[in-house]
Design a protein around this ligand. Structure first.
Ligand code: PMP
Length: 755
C-alpha cells in the first residue's frame, strides 16, 4: 500500500475542496479516503505515489466514463479538478483522482437472497457485454498475477504458507490449473474484464447491485474470469457453494450466454482464485505487510478451498451445465460398455468391488470422484498413503520421468538419497535394502534371500495370511491356498494358528507360543528345520487382527536359537499408518531379520522393497547377481522420497495416531450400542470392525450390508477376514476427525435401519 508525506488538505487543494470531513478507506495500490463534503455529498480520493501508474489510471478513467454511459448502475467515475483534469499531480510526482462515492451496502456484508444473486450475475454480464469491443493497448498489455490467466505466477508464493496441509491443497490446485485450464484458457473468448468482482468491490441496494468500484485490476483476459472471480468470493461461508450460487450463474447466462468450454473450467477457476488470495495473504504475512484488508479473505477462502476438494469437479460442472440448460453427458451407457469390454478382455478371476461397480474418474487426498459426479470419502485405500494425487508425489514422478529413468546398473543420486532416508527409519541392524516393484515381488525376494541364507526351504506361515499373488507367494498365503480355488498348503509350508485373542484358537499369547513351538519341534523331529516364519504385525486378510502381544517377541528369540529367520510383512502396516509407531514390528517390540515393504511406499507408484541385515544380504551375494529392471529406478526413488518427505512435513503419523484414536473410540461407542459389532480393533488408521450374530458367530451378511450401504452413502470401505465379516478401514493418512465422524454416523444410520 502507498504511503504519503503530503497531508490530506494539500491533496485536496487541486479539487478546490477545503471544508470536509474524511475517513480512511482500505486499498491495495492506492491510499484511499472517503471525503464528506459540506453539502452531504461524498467522494473518494485515491492517492498514488507511484508515478509510473498514471498512464494506466488515465485509461481506467476513460473506461469508467465509457461504462457509465452504457450501464444503468453506478461506476465510481472521476470528477474533474479545478483545472478540468481528472488526474491531479503533486510536486513530488505523485498524483490523485477524485471519484464519486457509490452508495449501497457491500455485497460481502449482507444476506444473499436468490434475487440479489441473480441480479449480481446479470450485472456482471452487463459490464462484460459493455466492454466486449473496448480496446486499450495499455490495459491489454498488463500482466497481473491476480489475472486468472497468469495464476501460475503465484505458484512460488506457496512457500510462504506455513500450514503443510494448506500448502498441499494449494499446490494441488496449481497443478490442476496447469494441467486442465492452461491448455484451454488461451482459446476462450477474451476481452477487457473488471478482474476483481469480489464482494468488497460490489455495492448493493435492496436486491440489486447499485454499482461496481475499484477498476484497478482491469485486464484483457478470458471473459469467464469475471464470473469465476465473483463466484469464488460469493461462495464464502455458503453451506452448499454450488447450489447456493446457481442463481448468480443463471443471471449471468440469461444475459450473456456461457459456452460449455467456459463452464467446464469453472471447477478449477474458482479454487485458483482462492489459492491466489491465500498465497498473497501468506506472502504479506511473511513480509510483515499484512493488513486486515489484505487478510480479509484468507479464512473463508481456506474454508471454502478445503470444502472444494470434497466436491467432485464433474458434479460442479454438471450442476452449472444443467442450470444453463446444456445437456449433461450420459455416463451409464459408457459404464456398461466398460464392463462389457472388461469381461471380453479379462478372465473372470479379475474381481470388482461392490455389486454395482464404481466408474472412477479422479481423486484428491481422501476423496474419490466418479464419472457421475459423486464424491466418495475414501475410508479404505491404504496405497495412496499421503492422499490421492498428492501434488508433491505426482510432480516428483512427472519431473523425473521427463529427466531420466534408468536402472540400478548406473549411478544416480536418488538411489542413494532414498535408500539412506528409508534405512534411517530402521534399527541400525537392518541396514541393507533391495528394491523391487510390488509387495509380491518383495515377498518373493524375501523368500529367496531367507532360503539362501539358511540353506533351507521349509516355510512357516500364519493362518489367513496374505503375502502376494506370485507362484511362490501364493504358497505362503494361507488365505489363498485355504480359500476358494486353493489346494491347501504345499508340503514345504506349515501353517501356525493366527494369534488372535478375540476369537482365535486360544485366548492367551503364551498358548499360541507353546503351540507354535510344539509344531516347530515336531517338524525338526522329522528332520525339517524351517527357513523362516513370515507374519504381518496386524493380519490384514485375517480381518485386521493384531498379533497377540508378546507372540512375535518371544517367537523371535526362539526362532533365532534355531537359526530360523523372522520375516515381517509391513506392506499394509508400515510407514506410520499405525500412528504410535512407524513400523508394526516396533509396536510388537521385535526386530525382524527381514522386512517386506510395498503398497503405500510411493503412494501408488509401483515399488516394493526388502530390508535386511548385512549378514543375510552378504549370504545372498552368492555369485548370482540381483537385478530388477524397474526396482530402484530413478522415478520410483523420487516418488518414494516424496512420500517420506510428505509424511514428515504433514506429520501424518501423528495424524494417524490422533485421528485413529478418535475414530476407534467412536467405533467402540457404536459397539456399545449395537451388539452386532463384536469387536473393534487395530491401531492408528488401520482398523477393523467385526460383525457377529447373537451367538458370536461371524455375521458376513451384516458386514456386506454395511459395506454396500456405506457405498450408497458415498463412503468406501471393504470386508475382509476368513468369513468376510470384518469391515476394514485404512484410509489415506490425511483422513480427519470429521471424516471419521462421517463414517461412524453413517454406520449408525445403517445399523439403526436394519435393527
Ligand atoms: N503383503 C501384504 C500384506 C499385502 O496386503 C499385499 C497386497 N495386498 C502384498 C503382500 C502383495 O503386494 P502386491 O499386491 O503389491 O504384489
Amino acid at each position: 500500500m502507498s504511503q504519503h508525506n503530503i497531508n490530506l488538505k494539500d491533496l485536496l487543494k487541486p479539487y478546490g475542496i477545503t471544508n470536509y470531513s474524511f475517513k480512511k478507506l482500505e486499498g491495495y495500490d492506492s491510499t484511499n479516503y472517503r471525503i464528506d463534503l459540506e453539502d452531504g455529498t461524498k467522494r473518494v480520493l485515491k492517492y498514488y505515489n507511484n508515478p509510473k501508474e498514471f498512464k494506466l489510471v488515465e485509461e481506467e478513467n476513460k473506461l469508467m466514463f465509457y461504462l457509465e454511459n452504457i450501464l444503468d448502475y453506478s461506476i465510481s467515475c472521476p470528477f474533474a479538478n479545478i483545472e478540468g483534469k481528472y488526474i491531479s499531480y503533486y510536486p513530488d510526482g505523485s498524483f490523485s483522482r477524485l471519484l464519486n462515492f457509490v452508495e449501497g451496502s457491500f455485497f460481502t456484508k449482507i444476506e444473499h437472497n436468490e434475487s440479489l444473486l441473480y441480479n449480481f450475475g446479470k450485472r456482471i454480464a452487463e459490464i462484460n457485454l459493455a466492454l466486449a469491443n473496448y480496446e486499450c493497448d495499455i490495459i491489454e498489455g498488463r500482466k497481473l498475477n491476480w489475472d486468472l490467466q497468469h495464476s501460475l505466477l503465484n505458484w512460488n508464493k506457496v512457500s510462504y504458507i506455513t500450514d503443510a496441509n494448506l500448502r498441499k491443497t494449494t499446490n494441488y490446485y496449481f497443478t490442476q490449473f496447469r494441467d486442465v485450464v492452461s491448455p484451454k484458457f488461451p482459446f476462450l473468448r477474451s476481452q477487457i474484464i473488471h478482474g476483481d468482482l469480489n464482494g468488497w468491490n460490489v455495492l448493493t441496494v435492496g436486491d440489486d447491485i447499485s454499482g461496481f468500484i475499484d477498476f484497478g485490476d482491469l485486464t484483457h483476459s478470458p471473459l469467464i474470469g469475471d464470473l469465476a472471480i465473483a463466484l469464488s468470493y460469493a461462495m464464502f461461508d455458503k453451506e452448499n457453494p454450488i447450489m447456493d450460487l446457481l442463481p448468480l450463474i443463471k443471471g449471468y447466462h440469461d444475459t450473456l450466454p456461457l459456452l460449455e468450454d467456459e463452464i467446464e473450467l469453472l471447477p478449477y477457476l474458482i479454487p485458483i482464485r482462492l489459492v491466489t488470495s491465500i498465497c498473497h495473504s501468506a506472502e504479506a504475512k511473511s513480509n510483515g505487510t499484512d493488513t486486515e484488508y489484505i487478510l480479509i479473505s484468507e479464512k473463508p477462502a481456506i474454508k471454502l478451498l478445503e470444502k472444494w476438494t470434497s466436491i467432485n469437479p464433474i458434479h460442479i460442472k454438471n450442476q452449472i451445465l444443467e442450470a444453463c440448460n446444456f445437456p449433461i453427458q450420459e455416463t451409464e451407457n459408457k459404464k456398461n460398455k466398460l464392463l462389457e469390454k472388461r469381461f471380453q478382455n479379462f478372465g473372470k478371476s479379475l474381481g470388482l468391488s461392490y455389486k454395482s461397480p464404481i466408474h472412477m474418474d479422479q481423486a484428491a487426498f481422501q476423496y474419490m470422484y466418479d464419472t457421475q459426479g459423486n464424491t466418495y470419502l475414501d475410508a479404505y485405500n491404504n496405497i495412496p498413503l499421503v492422499g490421492h494425487s498428492h501434488p508433491k508425489v505426482s510432480e516428483a514422478i512427472a519431473r523425473q520421468q521427463r529427466k531420466l529413468n534408468t536402472n540400478t546398473r548406473y549411478l544416480y543420486d536418488s538411489l542413494i538419497e532414498y535408500s539412506d532416508k528409508l534405512l534411517s527409519y530402521f534399527p541400525e541392524k537392518l541396514n541393507k535394502v533391495f528394491f523391487v516393484n510390488s509387495g509380491s515381488a518383495a515377498s518373493d525376494l524375501a523368500i529367496r534371500i531367507a532360503n539362501t541364507f539358511t540353506e533351507r526351504k521349509h516355510r512357516l506361515v500364519l493362518e489367513h495370511s496374505y503375502h502376494g499373488h506370485t507362484a511362490s507367494t501364493i504358497e505362503i498365503s494361507a488365505c489363498k491356498f485355504d480359500g476358494p480355488g486353493g489346494k491347501g498348503n504345499n508340503q514345504n509350508v506349515t501353517k501356525l494358528p493366527l494369534p488372535n485373542l478375540y476369537n482365535g484358537l486360544f485366548n492367551d499369547a503364551n498358548l499360541y507360543i507353546e503351540n507354535a513351538k510344539q509344531t516347530i519341534e515336531d517338524l525338526i523331529s522329522r528332520k525339517i528345520t524351517p527357513s523362516f516364519l513370515i507374519a504381518e504385525p496386524i493380519s490384514g486378510c485375517g480381518g485386521q487382527v493384531p498379533i497377540a502381544s508378546g507372540y512375535l517377541k518371544t517367537m523371535k528369540n526362539y526362532l533365532s536359537s534355531l537359526n530360523i529367520l523372522l520375516i515381517l510383512d509391513e506392506v499394509q502396516t508400515g510407514f506410520g499408518r499405525l500412528g504410535n509407531h512407524f513400523w508394526g514390528f516396533e509396536s510388537q517390540d521385535v526386530i525382524p531379520d527381514i522386512v517386506v515393504l510395498g503398497k503405500p511406499m510411493a503412494n501408488g507408484h509401483p515399488i516394493g522393497a526388502v530390508i535386511t541385515t548385512t549378514d543375510i544380504a552378504d549370504a545372498f551375494a552368492n555369485g548370482m547377481e540381483f537385478f530388477s529392471s524397474f526396482g530402484g529406478n530413478p522415478v520410483s526413488m523420487e516418488a518414494a522420497k516424496a512420500v517420506l518427505e510428505v509424511l514428515e512435513e504433514e506429520e501424518l503419523q501423528k495424524n494417524a495416531h490422533v485421528t485413529g484414536k478418535y475414530y476407534k473410540e467412536n467405533l467402540v461407542s457404536l459397539q456399545r450400542d449395537f451388539s452386532v459389532i463384536g469387536d473393534v480393533r487395530g491401531e492408528g488408521l488401520f482398523l477393523g470392525i467385526e460383525f457377529i450374530n447373537e451367538d458370536g458367530a461371524p455375521n458376513t451378511n451384516r458386514a456386506n450390508i454395511v459395506k454396500e450401504q456405506l457405498k450408497k452413502m458415498f463412503v468406501l470401505t471393504y470386508t475382509d477376514g476368513p468369513y468376510g465379516n470384518i469391515i476394514k478401514s485404512k484410509p489415506p493418512l490425511c483422513f480427519n476427525k470429521s471424516n471419521a465422524d462421517e463414517v461412524c454416523d453413517k454406520i449408525e444410520i445403517i445399523l439403526r435401519n436394519i435393527q
